[in-house]
Design a binder for this molecule. Structure first.
Ligand code: R5P
Length: 292
């Protein structure tokens, strides 16, 4: 078995290879002057089970194309099996036609992944689990929330209240609570499908003078998280941590969340960046066992 650390996940790819105790095949990559991606494998994959580690955080489209090029090239050069580790799966939020005439984006992405030669896929905290049923190859989504909660417990947050910013993410708050043990709840959120604006219904939370951890699958613009942080502060929370598996943190997300009153933003290296303090490598290594 060998690991190919893709251009979007070089550090995580190396850690996964280390955890599996296998060699990596490095990738040469660059952009042509017109923006097209160039990919070259710098080692042999013939007869190997190949694990490609390539997240598809922004720029999503480029990272997806790189994933397709890597998978096809590995197959062309005789890889026996290609397993894609895509910690953040782009377009997973567009899993329905919310408005008439919209593209069903995740279904197109799934077809392209499968057509490029990927034989199995591992992702983390996928936005909605029913997307997994649309693949025809073996696929699984693991949660990094217990790892994040363990990290926070070790930093003194045992007994903190776990909160999810919308009902759909209550399982995340439940998982956080299983480690932190301070109770959990979910807020109610609504998004305007035309403007993208998010609203959170006011709610009394039992957090007066207590620490609160808000768990979400991802933070993109920070709008959802900022509202949840603001509400926790309004209910008297002491320290508030904004935690997520995929810290996309686009634009002013960090400022918005901190201005709302958060003390800290904690994410994982599913999406590398300054707030990616928890590594998902051990989770991926463990999760690969039944996909290989
Ligand atoms: C949506 O339901 C997700 O779980 C996140 O809450 C949301 O996508 C985050 O987006 P933003 O940071 O732009 O509010």
């Amino acid at each position: 078995m060998i690991v190919i650390p893709g251009p979007s996940s070089p550090g995580l790819g190396e850690k996964v290879a280390e955890g599996l105790g296998v060699e990596v095949v490095p990738v040469e990559h660059r952009l042509f002057p017109d923006g097209e991606s160039y990919i070259r494998l710098k080692g042999s994959v013939r007869g190997e089970e190949v694990v490609i580690v390539q997240t598809t955080s922004p720029p999503q489209d480029r990272h997806l194309i790189q994933l397709f090029l890597l998978a096809r090239t590995a197959k062309d050069y005789g890889a026996e099996k290609v397993v894609a580790v895509v910690p953040y799966l782009a377009y997973a939020r567009q899993d329905k036609r919310f408005l008439e005439g919209e593209a069903l984006s995740i279904d197109v992405v799934i077809r392209l992944i499968e057509a490029s030669g990927v034989d199995a896929l591992l992702t983390l905290d996928i936005h909605s689990p029913d997307v997994l049923e649309r693949f025809t190859i073996p696929v699984k989504s693991l949660s990094a929330i217990p790892l994040i909660a363990e990290h926070l417990k070790a930093k003194g947050f045992e007994g903190a209240f776990s909160l999810s910013p919308d009902k759909g993410a209550i399982e995340l708050a439940k998982m956080g609570d299983a480690v932190l043990g301070g109770g959990y709840d979910a807020l109610e959120k609504a998004r305007d499908r035309h403007t993208g604006e998010v609203r959170t219904r006011e709610k009394r939370l039992p957090v007066e003078g207590r620490d609160v951890i808000i768990f979400d699958d991802m933070i993109s613009t920070g709008g959802t998280m900022a509202l949840a942080v603001g509400l926790a502060k309004k209910c008297g929370a002491r320290r508030v941590v904004a935690a997520c598996t995929h810290p996309l943190l686009v634009g002013r997300a960090v400022e918005r969340i901190l201005e709302a009153g958060a003390d800290e933003i904690v994410g994982t290296d599913s999406v590398p960046g300054p707030h990616s303090v928890v590594s998902v490598a051990p989770l991926i290594v463990e999760g690969l066992s039944d996909l290989l």
